[in-house]
Design a protein around this ligand. Structure first.
Ligand code: C2E
Ligand code: MG
Ligand code: MG
Ligand code: MG
Length: 275
């Protein structure tokens, strides 16, 4: 317990900590009304095919624009939403919005692309995940093959539960990618039992392929392994021509990163990539 003005007693609560927890509390509350106040937006980052160099998909990435806080990074409010449970309605909003947008693009006559949506661990452990996804697909009219869900290795620690959920999702006809691959625990033995379609090589490995021989060989190994398991592989965080050259040379299937584009609003994506 902190003792205010307590002579030589050390204080546990510093002013900085006080304002941090105040900010956290403020954010928690503000988040609860973010959906109804239309403060959430999705941006879309292109995923490009190695052979055709054409856009084959986009990853939906959430942004929170709050009148007082300004633009808050998902790295900040996603973990907070996980803590408070707000991630469940938030995740459902993202999924619906992303499916709606992809259907809108198809209805507008653009060549069909996939949309990747990030799942949180709480969503992944929800009993009714597959039912929710199925409901949203039906509601929005998006064909399941154009939806890709991104999950991380750390969500799959409960192997039996994961196998079960992934089978259910697979049965819907959607695709599954493992995000940030290589940063978490993954048993190769389980990997082949999971109904998944694609590995996304984590940005941290891609970053150093041109100057770290160990990262380069990790990337090469992931690509070879993915292909041997019949999975596709996409590299995230591709920023330079050198990285791209290396990845093409190692037969990586798809790329995502600033070299091609930052995440864009739906309108800018249309103008720059779909026309
Ligand atoms: P992620 O799923 O691994 O998404 C990739 C992140 O890398 C994005 O950051 C993206 O803007 C960034 N990025 C893409 N290309 C490059 C590049 O070439 N260089 C660099 N330095 N960065 C690049 P963002 O949008 O800030 O998202 C951060 C994380 O927040 C995401 O990582 C994801 O874990 C989470 N997130 C974002 N949107 C959602 C969402 O709708 N639901 C959930 N559950 N999580 C989300
Ligand atoms: Mg992702
Ligand atoms: Mg990622
Ligand atoms: Mg990442």
């Amino acid at each position: 317990q902190a003792k205010a003005g307590g002579g030589n007693n050390f204080q546990i609560y510093t002013p900085g900590m006080y304002s941090n927890s105040y900010k956290k509390l403020f954010m928690e509350n503000a988040l609860r009304t973010s959906i109804e106040n239309n403060e959430l937006i999705l941006e879309y980052q292109p995923q490009v095919d190695a052979k055709t160099r054409k856009i084959v998909g986009v990853e939906a990435l959430i942004r929170w624009n709050h009148p007082q806080l300004g633009l808050v990074s998902p790295a900040e409010f996603i973990p907070l939403s996980e803590e408070t449970g707000f991630i469940v309605p938030l995740g459902e909003w993202v999924l619906r919005e992303a499916c709606k947008q992809n259907k809108r693009w198809q209805d507008a006559g653009y060549p069909p692309i996939n949309i990747s949506v990030n799942l949180s661990s709480k969503q992944f452990s929800q009993e009714n995940l597959a039912a929710d996804v199925s409901k949203i697909l039906e509601e929005t009219g998006l064909a399941p093959e154009f939806l890709d869900l991104e999950i991380t290795e750390s969500m799959m620690m409960d192997v039996n539960h994961s196998i079960h959920v992934l089978k259910e999702l697979h049965a819907l006809g959607i695709q599954i990618s493992i995000d940030d691959f290589g940063t978490g625990y993954s048993s190769l033995n389980y990997l082949k039992r999971f109904s998944i379609h694609r590995l996304k090589i984590d940005r941290t490995f891609v970053q150093d392929i041109t100057n770290s021989s160990s990262d380069a060989s990790i990337v090469e190994t992931i690509i070879t392994m993915a292909h041997n398991l019949g999975l596709g592989v996409i590299a995230e965080g591709v920023e330079s021509e050198e990285q791209l050259k290396y990845l093409i040379n190692k037969n990586c299937d798809e790329f995502q990163g600033y070299l091609f584009s930052k995440p864009l609003s739906a309108e800018r994506l249309e103008q720059q990539f779909l026309k």
